[in-house]
Design a binder for this molecule. Structure first.
Ligand SMILES: [Zn+2]
Length: 432
């Protein structure tokens, strides 16, 4: 495989990159370079709260539980032990809650779609939960308030629907396929200003592992409840500049019955060359020194062709989907993601996206990888006309910058990680 068409540089310092999997062209010119890590923006003073004290900043805060969809599962930390509590009672917020699993109020692929197309049925135990909630005036009022938020977008009113219709509308809160993992805190404990958000890289690496375990378990559960799902998108939009409507830490887990452009392209490229992904990244990483760090089961590198910059954490495992990884492998992916995000300030917007081998097919295999695209700013005129995205920093310089930042912050992340710029070998992949 020849990569001349993926990277080209000329004497003026202009660098062109093409990523065939994302089908993205980028251009770097030294005359338009810019800093990429945001270290300050308008911050406001906040009142510090400790663990176990309710926050009231947004609907995902524990103190505002009635403004969010019913909680399906929470992880609680006590004396370094993690406990999982299904369907916890509302207003039981004295615990050190790490993460909560709940439905997305505003689904992208709505529950009706799955019911209409595939005859998905709400399990009897969920119908019982809805009946019980409607028997409790406070819970009933909470659910009706949530439905009203959705209805008013179409100029409808909850009062125009019978109780039976309202209960039916609540079914997706319990059995839908667009879920959220929200953090137990909005700000870090004892935060004194609004820049100190609960952020993946600013929490202990051991706590970060819990979020990955819960996402993998959610994928397993979603697949079991809906066999028509062919891929589950996992993503996080960090900060409003990256598309987050609420700046309280939350990851989205959304089942779909299609693959999307990126995986379809990769599957097509793999038809002619079964090792396409592996060969593409080995060649570009080794040519430009783009490896950043690794541990036993994963490695992190700069992927060319990303807007602003794209950092990817890739599994070495033969296990193709996140939930098929061993616990040790899941922890390795979590640790490396945590370490990368530890180097990025909580004020730097990014989009995190998970890719892996889709379900129910044997033709196409690709490793689990987590792509972190820095600062999803709006495409400007040149970018819209040429479809070339302007990189404010070259991939090589970004790799150097991340490695340097990681070295200075290594005390904060898991000890199994080596920061390195060595060449990688195709033999390190077990998946093919
Ligand atoms: Zn919040």
């Amino acid at each position: 495989m020849k990569n001349q068409h993926w990277i080209s540089k000329d004497a003026s310092g202009i660098e062109n990159y093409y990523n065939p999997i994302f089908d993205q062209h980028t251009i770097y010119t030294p005359y338009r370079s810019a800093p990429i890590f945001t270290t300050n923006k308008n911050v406001k003073t906040i009142t510090p709260t400790n663990i176990g004290i309710e926050e009231h900043y947004c609907p995902f805060c524990l103190g505002e539980s009635f403004l969010a969809t019913p909680e399906k599962l929470r992880s609680v930390k006590s004396q370094e032990q993690i406990t999982y509590i299904p369907y916890p009672a509302l207003q039981d917020d004295s615990q050190n809650v790490l993460f909560r699993r709940q439905a997305n109020l505003f689904e992208i692929i709505c529950y009706d779609y799955w019911q209409d197309k595939y005859n998905i049925i709400t399990p009897p135990e969920d119908l019982v939960r809805i009946d019980k909630a409607f028997d409790d005036p406070q819970l009933k009022s909470s659910l009706q308030g949530l439905l009203q938020l959705n209805l008013q977008k179409n100029n409808q009113d909850i009062k125009d629907f019978s109780i039976a219709e309202q209960k039916k509308m609540c079914e997706y809160f319990y059995n839908g396929f667009h879920e959220l993992l929200t953090s137990g805190r909005h700000y870090l404990p004892q935060a004194t200003n609004s820049s100190e958000l609960f952020h993946s890289g600013y929490i202990p690496w051991a706590d970060h592992r819990v979020s990955f375990e819960m996402i993998c378990n959610t994928i397993t559960d979603m697949c079991a409840r809906n066999p028509f799902i062919t891929f589950i998108t996992v993503f996080q939009n960090w900060l409003s500049e990256a598309g987050a409507s609420i700046e309280h830490w939350h990851k989205q887990i959304l089942g779909i019955d299609f693959w999307g452009h990126v995986l379809l392209r990769e599957a097509s490229l793999t038809k002619d060359c079964s090792t396409f992904y592996r060969d593409f990244i080995c060649e570009t990483i080794n040519q430009e020194n783009l490896l950043i760090a690794e541990n036993k089961h994963a490695f992190a590198y700069i992927e060319i062709g990303g807007k602003t910059g794209r950092i990817t954490i890739c599994s070495k495992s033969k296990n193709l989907r996140p939930q098929e990884h061993t616990l040790e492998e899941i922890h390795a992916m979590s640790d490396l993601s945590h370490a990368i995000l530890s180097t990025i300030t909580p004020l730097t917007p990014y989009n995190e996206k998970w890719f892996y081998t889709p379900f129910h097919q044997e033709d196409f295999v690709t490793p689990w990888r987590i792509s972190i695209s820095l600062r999803a700013n709006v495409n400007a005129g040149f970018e819209n006309i040429t479809q070339k995205l302007i990189n404010p920093i070259s991939p090589k310089k970004l790799a150097d910058a991340i490695r340097n930042l990681m070295t200075s912050k290594s005390a904060y992340f898991a000890p199994n990680i080596t920061i390195t710029s060595k060449n990688i070998s195709p033999d390190m992949f077990e998946y093919i």
